[in-house]
Design a binder for this molecule. Structure first.
Ligand code: NAD
Length: 449
């Protein structure tokens, strides 16, 4: 269902009316594609105080050198420079309230010049359990970044990346994602990176080359986009969906030279049939995307509606993950990406079953991630989509649909490709330091944290 309001606000009468009436003014987002492979402008690196990192942050883009004292340039030099497309603030050394002044002085002068669609990435450290001054200052960065994401407008985003070690290389794939058009609908988020990161692939444009991915619920919507993006990144993709999805599933798989696997993920022998369909019985990327809704308030919800949702959205995710990991069918360096939802974080009227299942996915990810990394060398993360324009949300009544679209900092719904890009970032072998994370792809929805 097209977002006509977004189109209207891009026209001269639309601009006039929305300004006069104080209505939301969504900016068209610049997404990754042949004509938009990067942000199209300079990336500025700033430091608040002294960096706590062992070396410089790894940035692919040209970097405007930073005066290491955390102060910004003069107004004159800022005005002459081309408009920055992004600013990265190294705030890892912020260890007390006084250091927060360096955050203000580093970013304040840039706020009026950051290009529309620009990115702000704050890199911090994990709040300390032993030093409450450091913890207060580092936690302050979260409130700061989330507020900046809400006020910056113009399709700009702001996100916080926390490093748990002084090795800046751990942030490489995350910075590459956040500083690209691939993260257009990711804003106001906090990602915590643990451990170290393996080197990036030989061909960064095809980080999944030679790898096998399985995507459940791939016949349409978000799953079809995930399959497409993983194939673009070089993966051989097996597209799984219910036998009833028939022609849609064939079409998706054919378009990306993949394999169609018609299978209901809740059937008892699903894991056996998946393994039988994998070349060599192994895969590198397992994406649990299949999901259903059966909405009713609890007072009106039958036990059937309850269990259908829990079976598809949670039990099948647990069972398939367990079975594949137990057999060693997920190769070392691989990844599991499950699909949660902001409903699993914030809750939603009429969705006790759905929200329970999606919150369950978050519980699974947080608990399994460290053990899967230790035992199998596999990362486990989740994407948590907000309002995404798919057949699932097209079925939502008009008023609620319109509210869902606008109630986020970017004032628009996301597209399936936004979730797909986030999934591909988590599946990238270079993202080994990203584990146990729940990445919301929601334009900083007002629902939930
Ligand atoms: P969709 O209904 O368009 O697609 C879901 C796909 O999963 C369908 O092709 C369906 O046939 C398949 N599927 C359902 N049950 C299955 C089963 N038992 N075995 C195999 N395949 C099965 O939904 P979507 O909007 O693309 O959502 C994809 C995922 O994202 C779901 O997990 C959903 O809960 C989640 N999500 C979507 C949104 C959104 O706004 N669209 C928001 C948050 C989370």
């Amino acid at each position: 269902m097209a977002d006509r309001y977004l189109h209207f606000t891009g026209t001269p009468p639309g601009r006039f009316l929305t300004r006069r009436l104080g209505l939301p003014r969504p900016a068209p987002l610049r997404r990754f594609g042949p004509a938009a492979t990067d942000l199209g402008g300079p990336v500025i690196l700033r430091t608040a105080g002294r960096s706590a990192l062992d070396g410089p942050l790894p940035l692919d883009e040209p970097v405007t050198p930073d005066g290491r004292d955390g102060t910004a340039g003069t107004a004159g030099t800022e005005a002459e420079a081309p408009r920055p497309a992004a600013v990265v603030l190294d705030a890892t050394g912020v260890a007390g309230v006084a250091d927060l002044a360096g955050v203000h002085s580093a970013l304040h002068p840039l706020m009026r010049s950051l290009a529309p669609g620009g990115r702000i990435v704050v890199v911090g450290a994990r709040p300390s359990a032993d030093d409450h001054h450091q913890a207060a200052a580092q936690q302050a960065l979260e409130g700061f970044t989330r507020s900046l994401a809400k006020e910056t407008g113009g399709g700009r985003t702001a996100n916080l990346v926390r490093l748990t070690s002084p090795d800046p290389a751990a942030a490489a794939s995350t910075l590459r994602f956040l500083l690209s058009p691939k993260s257009a609908y990711v804003s106001g988020q906090v990602l915590e990176l643990t451990g170290t990161a393996p080197a990036a692939a030989a061909d960064p444009a095809r980080p999944l080359a030679g790898r096998t991915a399985l995507v459940t619920g791939a016949a349409r919507g978000i799953g079809a986009a995930v399959a497409e993006v993983l194939a673009r990144d070089g993966a051989r993709v097996i597209c799984l969906d219910v036998p009833g999805a028939g022609a849609d599933l064939e079409r998706t798989a054919d378009a990306l030279d993949g394999t169609a696997l018609p299978l209901d993920i809740t059937t008892g022998d699903a894991a056996d049939r998946i393994v039988a369909a994998l070349p060599g019985g192994e895969l590198d990327v397992l994406v649990h995307n299949a999901g259903i809704t059966r909405d009713r308030r609890l007072a009106n919800m039958s036990a059937d509606r309850w269990s259908q949702v829990l079976d598809v959205n949670l039990a099948a995710v647990l069972d398939t993950t367990d079975a594949l990991l137990k057999r060693g069918a997920v190769r070392r360096g691989g990844s599991v990406v499950a699909t949660a939802s902001i409903a699993g974080i914030a809750g939603n009227t009429g969705q006790t079953n759905y929200a329970a299942s999606k919150a369950g996915v978050i519980g699974l990810v947080r608990s399994l991630a460290p053990r899967a990394a230790a035992a199998h060398g596999v990362t486990v993360n989740a994407v948590a989509p907000g309002f995404i324009e798919t057949r699932m949300t097209a079925a939502v009544p008009l008023f609620i649909r319109e509210a869902g679209r606008r109630m986020n900092s970017l004032a628009q719904g996301g597209l399936p490709v936004d979730v797909a890009e986030a999934t591909a970032y988590l599946a990238d072998p270079a993202s080994g330091a990203v584990n146990g994370q729940v990445l919301r792809v929601c334009g900083q929805s007002l629902l939930g944290a």
